[in-house]
Design a binder for this molecule. Structure first.
Ligand code: TGC
Ligand code: FAD
Length: 390
C-alpha cells in the first residue's frame, strides 16, 4: 500500500498559506530543484560555492531583500520571505545564508538605518545580485557579546578611520560592500565599507566542516579611511545591529524547517525501498516510531514558523518571540537530521544523500544569529525581567 500523505501534509499546513505566498514559495522550490539540488553536493564537497553567479540568479528570482519595499525589492509579506527561506534551506543552509546575509543583514541595515544616498547607491544593485554584501558584527573575542567589540572608528577631519578585526563573516571575501559595526566616541555605529578601500582585506576561513557551501571570512580593517558620509546616520548603539539580527533570525525560523523536511522526506523514501530481514525498513515499528516523532516536531516547528510569520506581517512580532522560533526550530531540525541519518545506516554518512550535509550545516545555524544559550537567556529575560547574560 502506498503512503497517503507527507509529514507536513498530515498537518495540512498548506491551508494556512495564502495563494500569493504559496505561488512565491512554489517558484523558489522549483528554483532549488533545478539550480541547487543537482549541484549542491559537489559544491559542498569542494567547499566552493559560485557565489557571484548564484547571487545573480537569486536576484533574478527576486528573493534578495524580497520583504523590503522599493529600491528594486519585491515588497512581499514576511511570511512569503520565510517560506522562500524554507525552500532555499531545503537545498542547503549555505544558500539560505547567502540570501539572509544579503537581504536581512546587509541590505536591511542600509534600508533601515542608511541615508537616501546609501540606499540609492547600494540597494538596487544588491536586490539584483549584482553587488554582494556582508555584515561584520562578530569579532574573534566577541561573538555572543557584541557590546564588547574592539573595532573602532575615530574622526579625522571629515573622514572616519576604522581599525579592527571581524571574524566568521559570511560572504566577506566575495563582498562588494561590508556593513561594519564599530565603537565610536558616541557608542556603536555602522559603516558602509566598499571592498577595495585601502586597508580593508577579507581572507577566507578554510577547513570548515559545516556550511561548506558558503564563504566565511575574516574582515581586517587597518587604518581604513572612509568619507564622513560612510556612517549609517539613523541609528546608534547596539540596537542598530540587533535590529538587523531580528530579520535574519526570522528567516532561520522557517529555513531550519526546510532542512528538517528534506532530511525526514529522504528517510521516508529510503526506508520504503530498503529491504531489511526480507521486508521494507518502513514496515518495522521501530522505524515508524521514529518517523512519527519526527513528523510531530516538524509539524509543530512549521506551525510555530507560520504563527510568527503572521505576527511579523501584523507588525506585532517581538524579538523574544523570534528567539522562541530560532531556538526551537533549529534545535528540532538538528534532532530530526540526526534521527533521519540513523534510518539510512551507513548510506546516511555519505554525500549521496543530503542528510549528513544538513546535519553538519545545522551545527553552524545553531551557533550563528545567537546561540541556543543566548536565545534561552533572551526567553528567560522576558519571563523574569532579569538579564542573566552577564
Ligand atoms: P542589551 O542591553 O540587552 O541591549 C542593547 C540595546 O539593544 C536593544 N536590543 C534590541 N533591539 C532590537 N532587536 C533586538 N533583538 C534587541 N535586543 C536588544 C536594547 O533594547 C538596547 O537598546 P537601548 O536603546 O536601551 O540601547 O544588550 P546586551 O549587551 O546585554 O546583549 C544582549 C544579547 C546577548 C541578547 C545580544 O548581544 C545578542 O543578541 N547576542 C548574540 C549576538 C549574535 O546573535 N550575533 C550574530 C552575528 S550575525 C550572524 O551570526 C550572521 S550568520 C549568517 C546567516 O544569518 O546566515
Ligand atoms: P561564544 O560567544 O564564544 O560562545 C561560546 C559558548 O558560550 C556558546 O555555547 C555560547 O552559547 C556560550 N555562551 C555565551 N554567552 C553565554 C552566557 N551569557 N551564558 C551561558 N553561556 C554563554 N557573525 C557576523 O557578524 N556576521 C556573519 O555573517 C556571520 N556568519 C557566520 C557564519 C558561520 C558559518 C558561523 C559559524 C558564524 C558566523 N557568524 C557571523 C558568527 C556568529 O554569529 C557567532 O559565532 C555567534 O554569535 C557565537 O559567537 P562565538 O562563536 O564567539 O561563541
Amino acid at each position: 500500500m502506498a503512503a497517503t500523505t507527507t509529514p507536513l501534509g498530515l498537518f495540512n499546513t498548506e491551508s494556512l498559506i495564502n495563494t500569493e505566498d504559496r505561488t512565491i514559495r512554489d517558484t523558489v522550490r522549483l528554483f532549488v530543484e533545478r539550480n541547487i539540488k543537482p549541484q549542491i553536493a559537489d559544491w559542498y564537497e569542494a567547499g566552493n560555492l559560485p557565489v557571484r553567479e548564484l547571487a545573480k540568479d537569486l536576484g533574478q528570482l527576486g528573493v534578495l531583500g524580497m520583504h523590503l519595499e522599493g529600491y528594486g525589492c519585491a515588497g512581499t509579506s514576511a511570511t512569503a520571505y520565510g517560506l522562500a527561506c524554507l525552500e532555499l534551506e531545503a537545498g542547503d543552509s549555505g544558500i539560505r545564508s547567502l540570501v539572509s546575509v544579503q537581504g536581512s543583514l546587509a541590505m536591511f541595515a542600509i534600508y533601515k538605518h542608511g541615508s537616501e544616498e546609501q540606499k540609492q547607491e547600494w540597494l538596487p544593485r544588491m536586490a539584483a545580485g549584482e553587488a554582494i554584501g556582508c555584515f561584520g558584527l562578530t569579532e574573534p573575542d566577541f561573538g555572543s557579546n557584541p557590546a564588547g567589540m574592539l573595532t573602532n572608528a575615530r574622526k579625522d577631519g571629515e573622514d572616519w578611520i576604522l581599525n579592527g578585526t571581524k571574524m566568521w563573516i559570511t560572504n566577506g571575501t566575495v563582498a562588494d560592500v561590508a556593513v561594519v559595526w564599530a565603537q565610536t566616541e558616541e557608542g556603536i555605529r555602522g559603516f558602509v565599507v566598499p571592498a577595495g578601500t585601502p586597508g580593508f582585506t577579507a581572507p577566507e576561513i578554510k577547513k570548515k566542516l559545516s556550511l561548506r557551501a558558503s564563504v566565511t571570512s575574516e574582515l581586517v580593517l587597518d587604518d581604513v579611511r572612509l568619507p564622513g558620509d560612510a556612517i549609517l546616520p539613523n541609528v546608534s548603539g547596539l540596537k542598530g545591529p540587533l535590529s538587523c539580527l531580528n530579520e535574519a533570525r526570522f528567516g532561520i525560523v522557517f529555513g531550519s524547517v526546510g532542512a528538517a523536511r528534506e532530511c525526514l522526506e529522504t528517510a521516508i523514501t529510503y526506508a520504503a525501498t530498503r529491504e531489511i530481514f526480507d521486508r521494507p525498513l518502513s514496515g518495522y515499528q521501530a522505524t515508524q516510531l521514529k518517523l512519527a516523532d519526527m513528523t510531530l516536531e516538524l509539524g509543530k516547528a512549521m506551525l510555530l514558523a507560520l504563527h510568527l510569520g503572521r505576527m511579523k506581517d501584523a507588525g506585532t512580532l517581538a524579538p523574544e518571540q523570534v528567539s522562541l522560533g530560532k531556538l526551537n526550530n533549529v534545535r528540532e531540525a538538528i534532532a530530526i537530521a540526526r534521527e533521519s541519518r540513523t534510518i539510512l545506516g551507513a548510506a546516511g554518512v555519505t554525500g549521496e544523500y543530503p542528510i549528513m550535509r544538513h546535519a553538519n550545516n545545522l551545527e553552524s545555524v545553531l551557533t550563528y544569529e545567537g546561540t541556543s544559550e543566548v536565545h534561552q537567556l533572551m526567553i528567560g529575560k522576558a519571563l523574569t525581567g532579569l538579564a542573566a547574560f552577564r
